[in-house]
Design a binder for this molecule. Structure first.
Ligand code: PRP
Ligand code: URA
Length: 206
């Protein structure tokens, strides 16, 4: 399943994010805000269980999340999506994966994770603002599946059609939630119109 947001707030914030005049401080703020809005959509089918609580008026049957959520940011750029999502799901675990794209070959290079022996989460929300060729996300999904995670959702900000096609072919069981699906990749693997380099723009390293 591929979900592309049609929400006016998301579209408005995305336009500011894409603007090359937007500076890192506002860029980071927007990555978090749009990430949180996408998280809200991606969590809409998570299971809940009935609990009984006491309001000041009476006992009342209410719902609480019945699944252990893991936020899995892909370093570096996915880091900017964590804090705003963590505020919405405060008991989520955060597991980091390190991945960069070789600039010549565009192939993903996996360089970090520190997973426990057994998986401790039921659902992984894999976070990266950019889904370009899809190589990085697909390789992280491979690793999450190897760890033993049963349910994985990818949450991004901007995707290229090429990246979506690659993910759907390699991991059809992974739902994809993005703020926008753009036109295409250019000759050096950047998303067009895109926003440039999401890591550099967040961390001021352009
Ligand atoms: C960017 C982005 C994704 C990847 C997407 O990371 O954050 O992880 O590229 O490209 P792909 O879909 O073609 O694999 P980058 O390699 O620039 O690393 P960084 O975040 O550490 O700068
Ligand atoms: N990574 C980015 O940060 N931007 C792109 O357009 C493609 C990959």
């Amino acid at each position: 399943m591929v979900y592309e947001s049609q929400h006016p707030l998301v579209k408005h914030k995305l336009a500011i994010l894409r603007d090359k005049a937007t500076q890192p401080i506002q860029f980071r703020q927007l990555v978090g805000e749009i990430g949180a809005l996408m998280c809200y959509e991606a969590c809409s089918d998570l299971p809940t269980r009935t609990i009984t609580i006491e309001t000041p008026m009476e006992s009342s049957e209410q719902q609480e999340l019945d699944t252990k959520v893991g936020l899995v940011p892909i370093l570096r750029a996915g880091l900017g999506m964590v804090d705003a999502m963590w505020q919405m799901i405060p008991n989520a675990e955060v597991w980091h994966v390190g991945m960069y794209r070789d600039e010549e070959t565009l192939q993903p290079v996996y360089y970090y994770d520190k997973f426990s022996a057994e998986p401790t989460i039921d659902v992984a929300l894999l976070l990266d603002p950019m889904l370009a060729t899809g190589g990085s996300a697909a390789a992280c999904v491979d690793r999450l599946k190897q760890w033993g995670v049963k349910r994985i959702k990818f949450i991004g900000l901007i995707a290229a059609p090429e990246g979506i096609a690659a993910m759907q072919s390699l991991h059809p069981d992974v739902d994809i939630y993005v703020a926008a699906i753009d036109s295409h990749l250019n000759s050096i693997g950047y998303i067009v119109p895109g926003l440039g380099d999401a890591g550099d723009r967040q961390f001021g390293t352009a």
